[in-house]
Ligand binder design. Structure first.
Ligand SMILES: [Zn+2]
Length: 179
């Protein structure tokens, strides 16, 4: 199965409508996508109905922004309703799990001050909550040292980190795209 479980639409900072997203996924021969807009699920229903006609699975998701100042992103998959933004990383993961969703860490260890979880934060998080997956490949280049750091972290903590994902964001980001 080929999947792209990290997709943005015009509901946040993606460039495509729900219909265009599903068409792009079909053209790329994907079997499954997850709609994970920043802090909204507004495109989910429309994408799911297009997915149904096109014969691909569209997972209801959201990329949740956690509290200031780090505003780390946490992805939820299989959500029934949006998760509130602005909570701690720990409470965000708990809120995703409370509604039966899966919590995934997108684009970890990027050399930025917000949006991307850092090793100390991830260590503290997985002491409290296991997560269900972590992106190990993503569109933003991070450099060899950070890549090694991520691989080493994964190897040392794999039983608390769920499955590894190698993803591309199928909706091409605009230039002002948040990570
Ligand atoms: Zn993000």
């Amino acid at each position: 199965m080929i999947a792209d479980p990290h997709c943005h639409t015009v509901a946040s900072d993606g460039m495509v409508s729900p219909a265009e997203l599903v068409k792009a996924a079909v053209d790329a021969h994907l079997d499954l996508i997850a709609v994970t807009d920043h802090d909204t699920m507004d495109s989910v229903n429309e994408a799911q109905s297009h997915g149904e006609s096109a014969g691909i699975v569209v997972v209801a998701g959201q990329e949740v922004t956690t509290k200031w100042p780090s505003q780390t992103h946490v992805m939820g998959w299989f959500l029934d309703k949006p998760v509130k933004r602005g909570m701690s990383v720990e409470d965000t993961v708990a809120a995703i799990h409370d509604q039966g969703g899966l919590a995934i860490i997108p684009h970890p260890f990027m050399p930025v001050y917000f949006g991307s979880i850092q090793p100390g934060m991830l260590r503290r998080l997985i002491e409290k909550h296991s997560i269900d997956g972590i992106e190990m490949g993503f569109t933003v280049p991070t450099g060899a040292r950070r890549r090694r750091m991520l691989n080493d972290f994964y190897a040392a903590n794999r039983e608390r980190l769920g499955r590894r994902h190698r993803l591309n964001e199928c909706a091409r980001p605009r230039r002002d795209h948040r990570p």
